[in-house]
Ligand binder design. Structure first.
Ligand code: PRP
Length: 183
């Protein structure tokens, strides 16, 4: 869906569809070089990472498998709770495998910091993170992220997988949600 469709709900376009496409292609090139010849497992974090995973995985020119986890952090509000719970675990065993966590956004960093440690503890050969978006000003914990698509301001953003109350995920670009929508 185009931002034009819900333009009254969006105060500013932060990342356009074209910018996302270009950056995803660049990231795929870098990731492809890093994992050439390795057994790569892409781990997507539901539901926000679905769009990024779909585009990034198809732009990769090396073989990779895909698996998914669902963890809870936000609930239905706009502020991270810090409580991480596994709602759906991986099907794959990560023991001895090179894991790349694919995320839509790092906000406080609490989810990813917990998830990376969790997958390392399962005996993965390596655990790295690629995130499309990161909010440096919202960080509560430092997370070692190998690849970042875009650093963005500490605003409530939706689109390209990111939601507010399950809405706006299907937008092709990323925009700032008008405060009137959630206040
Ligand atoms: C979002 C996002 C990350 C997490 C980041 O997921 O996809 O997983 O929050 O926040 P943090 O850095 O503060 O921990 P959310 O819980 O909203 O679920 P969703 O992907 O299903 O929308």
């Amino acid at each position: 869906m185009n931002l034009e469709t819900v333009k009254q709900d969006i105060t500013q376009v932060l990342v356009t569809e074209e910018q996302i496409k270009k950056r995803v292609a660049e990231l795929a090139q870098e990731i492809g070089k890093k994992y050439a010849g390795k057994d790569l497992l892409l781990v997507g974090v539901l539901k926000g990472a679905v769009m990024f995973m779909a585009d990034l995985s198809r732009a990769l020119e090396i073989p990779a498998q895909m698996d998914w986890m669902a963890v809870s952090s936000y609930g239905s509000g706009t502020v991270s709770s810090g409580v991480v719970r596994i709602l759906k675990d991986l099907d794959a065993d990560v023991l001895g495998r090179h894991v790349l966590i694919v995320e839509d956004i790092i906000d406080s960093g609490l989810t990813l910091s917990w998830l990376a440690s969790n997958l390392e503890a399962r005996g993965a050969a390596s655990v790295e993170i690629v995130t499309l978006l990161r909010k440096p000003d919202a960080a509560k914990v430092e997370v070692a992220v190998a690849w970042v698509g875009f650093d963005i301001p500490n605003e409530f953003v939706v689109g390209y997988g990111l939601d507010y109350n399950e809405n706006y995920r299907t937008l092709t670009s990323v925009g700032i949600l008008a405060p009137a929508v959630y206040s």
